[in-house]
Design a protein around this ligand. Structure first.
Ligand SMILES: CC[C@@H](C(=O)O)C(=O)SCCNC(=O)CCNC(=O)[C@H](O)C(C)(C)COP(=O)(O)OP(=O)(O)OC[C@H]1O[C@@H](n2cnc3c(N)ncnc32)[C@H](O)[C@@H]1OP(=O)(O)O
Length: 302
């Protein structure tokens, strides 16, 4: 039997890639009723405050707002469970193409609500909360939508981790991202370290985590954490972000969603598995309406 590059038999490899592909297609809207997850959901409900707001627009771009301005948009317990619900909603939004994640009132997010964190600072609850947020942010990053974090003001701790669960990051010229975990006697637990290494490489990730280095837009661009900078005071940052994102979301939803899927599989799977997935995703757009229309128009790429 042929072996793939990682030594996995070809058939097994194909099954794994297809399993991954169909898992991406499947709707996760029904929450996984794992008893541990249910237990932490109930506990998180004890720490209310703020909300996660979602606006799905006709343009195919949704805006998700972390909304708890009295606490610099820190995540209360109910906001963590609401985030999961919003991600569920986006997983079933078949017309969607793009997502903007932002904070309310001109700042991004200051991480977990320290009041809730203090109350669940025992290792068991900490592990369950960490697992819950890791799963939710992994699902956020895996949405078949092209996502961008609009960072205004500050993104601290878990807020900095949230930015890494988007495909792109835009910062306003006065904004700052900081992984403050070391100062809190912690390391990231919401998947932020694993994602950061993939975005900026291990050398830069070490600098950001071990030095709790403040990332301003220039430094962010230099290390590849930040994709573009919006000048403060020049118009509406949300409108500017929508315009920026629309360069990638223009066109047919199935094609944009297929692009995200092939890039995601390239990022997450072995080469052989990613190639298998790519073939299957290709099959979903080949001969599809956008493809036939382009062929009929004899499109030229001048
Ligand atoms: C570490 C990992 C991760 C986890 O896994 O749990 C975390 O995210 S832990 C949280 C990490 N974040 C912090 O430690 C933020 C601490 N706060 C600050 O550094 C500052 O408040 C600020 C965010 C830089 C803003 O400073 P400033 O502009 O001077 O405003 P205030 O300090 O007056 O803040 C206004 C108001 O907001 C409350 N606040 C801010 N952040 C949090 C938070 N994470 N949890 C709870 N409350 C928060 C702050 O206490 C003020 O409230 P009042 O004192 O009632 O006005």
């Amino acid at each position: 039997m042929a072996l793939c590059s990682v030594g996995r038999p070809l058939l097994q490899n194909t099954r794994h890639a297809l399993g991954w592909f169909f898992k991406q297609k499947q709707t996760f809207c029904c929450k996984v009723h794992d008893s541990q997850e249910e237990e932490i959901r109930k506990k998180l409900q004890l720490f209310p405050g703020g909300s996660i707001d979602l606006q799905k627009q006709e343009s195919g771009i949704a805006v998700m707002t972390v909304n708890n301005p009295a606490r610099m948009n820190a995540f209360s317990g109910t906001m963590m469970t609401e985030l999961e619900e919003r991600v569920c909603e986006l997983e079933t939004w078949t017309e969607g193409k793009g997502l903007i994640v932002r904070g309310a009132a001109g700042t991004f997010c200051s991480g977990s609500d320290l009041n809730a964190v203090r109350a669940i600072s025992n290792p068991q609850d900490g592990m369950k909360m960490c697992m819950f947020m890791q799963k939710t942010l992994t699902r956020l990053l895996r949405l078949p939508l092209i996502s961008v974090a609009l960072v205004e003001g500050k993104a601290l701790g878990g807020g900095a981790e949230l930015t890494t669960a988007c495909d792109f990051r835009l910062m306003t010229s006065d904004a700052m991202i900081q992984f403050v975990h070391k100062h809190m006697g912690l390391v990231p637990g919401w998947g932020g370290a694993a994602r950061l290494v993939r975005i900026v490489g291990s050398q830069n990730a070490l600098k950001l985590l071990a030095g709790s280095k403040k990332v301003d837009p220039d430094f962010g661009k230099q290390i590849g954490l930040v994709d573009d900078v919006l000048t403060v005071g020049e118009g509406n940052t949300l409108v500017d972000t929508e315009r920026w994102l629309s360069q990638f979301t223009k066109g047919s939803a199935p094609v944009i969603r297929a692009v995200k899927k092939v890039v995601l599989s390239g990022r997450e799977l072995s080469l052989d598995e990613a190639l298998t997935t790519e073939r299957h995703v290709f099959g979903t757009v080949w001969g599809g309406p956008a493809n036939l229309e382009a062929l009929a128009l004899k499109t030229k790429h001048k």
